[in-house]
Design a protein around this ligand. Sequence first.
Ligand code: NDP
Ligand code: OXD
Length: 306
Amino acid sequence: MSLALVIPDRKLGTLVDKLQVLLPGVLIQQWPDYSAPQQVQMAVVWKQPAGSLAALTQLKSLQSFGAGVDNILSDPTLPDLPLSRIVDPHLTQSMLGYLQSVLGYYQNRLDLFGRQQQQQQWKPKSPRPIRHIAVLGLGELGAAAACHFASLGYQVSGWARSQKRLTGVTCYATEQGYAKAVADADLVICLLPLTADTENFLNADRLALCKAGAILVNVARGAVLDDEALLRALETGQLEAACLDVFRQEPLPATDPYWSHPAVLVTPHCSAVTNVDTAVAQIAENYHRTLNGLPLVHLVDKIRGY
Ligand code: NDP
Ligand code: OXD
């Protein structure tokens, strides 16, 4: 009985310790130093290198170590096995906390005052009016964000592939629905997964459908956004500002224009980081399910890509 962790570039000591408590007697092996690869039934993966699962000849299931799975599905050597992803209330709370802070940052004009500080300028200004928030993607995180802001009294519109019903949220689907969802929004939050359908989704044409002077928050994946289109939209004033937590290349390269752009807030992919303390329960549950031939919890539809 064995579980493999294929999660490069992370310290995994705490994860191993906590899994060992929930899965006593299970051999936990770490790529690239598998000791008995043919004993592994399930692999926990995140940005796994191509070919890193090849030696696991008895593998029966895969578990993403995060909520997104684009970095897993892009592996051309990925075995055709059930894949699940992390769905965790703590992850959702973390995302809500981040988005609430971003909202407060812009409402209180901390972007402007930060720039003024650089110039030693003392110029008070009343808060920025942000009344309408649009959320693109109404899954685990998007629906929670939309309902959170609606419960605080904001006007909220939401957009997803399928038509949703969420209390206090005006929900849309379809391309025409996208235009309606963003038309009056002061703040647009992107929580779409990266798939073949959403790559470069936020292009020049779709950014042009946003309210003039809106603020964009991308906490989904960098490649959902056309970077050139965003830079142009900021230049023309079509968008006033952007908060970006995710990028095509991470860490963001030193030469990237976002680093020094006065209208861009860069954060290092930290809006909702997998919480080892709570994620281990789902991993252990799926390990038991794998052993017993039961369907995994929070299964990914690999055809849709999320
Ligand atoms: P879900 O899979 O639960 O939800 C995805 C939502 O996007 C669904 O509402 C889905 O619509 C919608 N969607 C997918 N494709 C389309 C499309 N082509 N057109 C319109 N809507 C579409 O994902 P989560 O909410 O759990 O997470 C969203 C993303 O957030 C993750 O994929 C990940 O990339 C990112 N993320 C980022 C983190 C960070 O730290 N920055 C942390 C965690 C996640 P429908 O419901 O109709 O299927
Ligand atoms: C995730 C992420 O998808 O960390 O979980 O981005």
